[in-house]
Design a protein around this ligand. Structure first.
Ligand code: AMP
Length: 613
């Protein structure tokens, strides 16, 4: 059982505390634990099943209902009934613009940081608060079923959740009165649930997780009780909801109804939603659906969802190539999430991996059961399981010219620590702005900004002399801490990277795909920026050199140097890196012997250190 012994104040009583695992899903949530016999159990407190729909309803009298009870109000009172709140975690209003019409409730703009807020009657709720209501319900169900207080938990999140979303999940736990011991990726949890009995032989596993609102593919290596995530990919905006939407659109089309009508009539929208899901589930076991005037065949359904399923396979392809593996290297495919019950999904995955997917464990429960196992590990009840996870997106800082300098590359195992040394760009620089970004693009403007801070109080020194160590610490939850330290003076700044909620760029998960399709353009841009940056530095130092040491140079040498400086200046306008480098070469070649003559350390030496804005 996920228990730890805690010594009570009197010392005499030893009370057992249970640590549970929670799958906080987009569509459904679940809480599980490991019992005394080491068996994983999904908590079914109400007798109606372990699945708790991730739905919150606010009654007219001010009560808050969660789960099945709340789901009943989807049609009759959509404005007070919140679903898919996980989609809103850590998102800005802008991010959700295109999906607004599918939400039955009112989304409003959330102040300065553009954090999404929902309005119910005259009250405003953040997705964190709403998630905390679901977590509180799970906590209560667990406490009721286990007849003991539950205060500590492990919560799972999609592999593609960024820092803001992980932090929001953690905050939701805190609000629910829970201590979140660990946030783990859903596919990793699933692999725990499956892998625990397979410790002896090494195997490579693909975890295909298609839930209600998210898709993740993870490639894992399992060996001697060690789970290592080799690569992850996915899309946090893809899942069973898309299948429902495809059916809704088909019916709207069939009935000759226009979308505007559908948008204004929220009750109709919800009725269509519920019927579409019912039809979809029925089509997992039967060929046709025909109820209450709503009709669809499996053949038609397969046609409607073909492109969505294909998208998931594209993600699988990317994950495989990230892991530097072929389909034939995969020993086992594990299915997770309710949507893997759709026959076309099962067949497509089977065909793609050329292997029969593993469906031994209930795909609805497997993540929560895995979280319970992790809780059991944290409770100290297991020593045979180690967990290595990876970060899905690269983390780095902005350097000269708006370039991304990656410090922790994506797919790095976490927890991890990495750092690099930087220097100042101009003489006497006493502050250094450090901007932290997440993403795969070469230009920070295309990536997502996580934080920005100033390292202040660097003693005035010539450019290039200060040595600033910047270290990134990425903890096991995927949350980042950044530390900057100037080594000569000891000036130091530790910064909690508070993830920014309102995003100016949209879906982080799309960044990866963008980085691939824009790679060529990025490289060209990067090279020009790098050339210009280097040239600026060279010009700065050359001018400085002439000014400081002019008395040691002949008039001709000074004139020639400044002429070559002008040449470099003029080369910028060409936007041609070759011309810029050529002009730099001329200047460098000419000034090198001069510099050697007059200085202890040459210009080129000074310019060696990396420069930061
Ligand atoms: P999850 O997020 O893993 O709880 O998955 C929920 C999604 O699975 C929802 O979109 C459900 O409609 C879908 N789902 C559940 N059962 C079935 C089924 N039998 N056939 C098709 N989809 C299902």
């Amino acid at each position: 059982m996920g228990k730890i012994g805690i010594n009570m104040a009197m010392g005499a009583i030893q009370e057992e505390e249970i640590i549970v695992g929670i799958d906080l899903g987009t569509t459904n949530s679940m809480v599980s634990y490991v019992n005394k016999e080491g068996k994983t159990i999904a908590i079914n407190d109400t007798g109606k099943g372990a699945i708790v729909p991730s739905i919150v309803h606010f009654t007219e009298t001010g009560d808050i209902l969660v789960g099945e009870e709340a789901k009943e109000y989807l049609i009759s009172d959509p404005g007070r009934t919140i679903y898919s709140v996980k989609r809103l975690l850590g998102k800005s209003y802008k991010d959700l613009e295109q999906y607004k019409s599918y939400l039955g409730y009112k989304v409003i703009e959330g102040g300065e940081e553009e954090l999404v807020k929902l309005q119910v009657d005259d009250k405003f709720y953040s997705p964190i608060e709403l998630s905390s209501f679901i977590l509180k319900e799970l906590k209560e169900r667990a406490e009721h079923a286990l007849k003991t207080p539950v205060n500590r938990v492990v919560i799972t999140v999609p592999a593609y959740f960024n820092d803001a979303q992980r932090q929001a999940t953690r905050d939701a736990g805190k609000l629910a009165g829970l201590e979140v011991l660990r946030i783990i990726n859903e596919p990793t949890a699933a692999s725990l649930a499956y892998g625990i009995d397979q410790q002896n032989d090494e195997r490579v596993v693909a975890v295909y997780d298609l839930g209600g609102g998210t898709f993740d593919i993870s490639i894992l290596n399992l060996q001697s009780g060690v789970f290592e995530v080799l690569a992850t990919n996915g899309d946090t905006w893809l899942g069973g909801d898309d299948f429902d939407r495809a059916i809704i659109n088909y019916w709207l089309d069939e009935k000759g109804m226009d979308v505007a009508n559908f948008e204004t009539d929220k009750s109709l929208a919800q009725e269509l939603r519920l019927n579409a899901e019912k039809a979809k589930k029925a089509l997992s076991t039967q060929e046709t659906y025909d109820e209450e005037g709503y009709k669809i065949t499996r053949e038609k359904f397969n046609e409607l969802i073909h492109s969505v399923v294909q998208k998931t396979l594209d993600c699988c392809k990317t994950a495989l190539s990230d892991a530097e593996l072929n389909v034939s290297d995969i020993d086992e495919v594990v299915m997770v999430g309710g949507s893997t019950r759709v026959p076309l999904v099962f067949d497509s995955v089977k065909e793609f991996f050329n292997a029969t997917p593993n469906t031994d464990i209930n795909p609805d429960e497997v993540v929560s059961l895995g979280a319970a196992i992790q809780a059991d590990v944290l409770a100290g009840n297991r020593t045979d399981v180690l967990l290595l996870d990876v970060t899905p997106l690269s983390l780095g800082i902005e350097t000269m010219g708006g370039l991304m300098d990656v410090i922790i590359p994506r797919n790095s195992k976490i927890p991890t620590k990495a750092g690099r040394q930087y220097s100042t760009q101009v003489d006497g620089q006493v502050n250094m702005k450090i901007s932290v970004y997440q993403g795969e693009r070469d230009l920070v403007a295309e990536n997502r900004k996580l934080a920005e801070f100033d390292l202040k109080g660097i003693p005035a020194m010539p450019a290039g002399l200060p040595k600033v160590d910047i270290n990134f610490y990425l903890n096991a939850d995927g949350i980042l801490k950044v530390q900057a330290k100037e080594l000569r003076s000891g000036v130091e700044q530790d910064v909690e990277v508070k993830p920014q909620y309102g995003l100016t760029d949209s879906q982080v998960e799309k960044m990866l795909m963008d980085s691939i399709s824009n790679a060529e353009e990025d490289v060209a841009k990067r090279m020009i920026i790098e050339a210009k940056t280097a040239a600026e530095q060279l010009v700065y130092h050359a001018k400085n050199f002439v000014e400081k040491h002019g008395h040691l140079l002949s008039d001709e040498e000074k004139e020639k140097t400044l002429g070559l400086v002008k040449g470099v200046d003029e080369s910028y306008s060409s936007n041609n890196k070759d011309l810029i480098f050529k002009a730099m070469d001329l200047l460098e070649e000419y000034t090198r012997p001069l510099a050697e003559r007059v200085m202890d350390h040459s210009i080129s030496e000074v310019m060696k250190g990396k420069q930061i804005k």
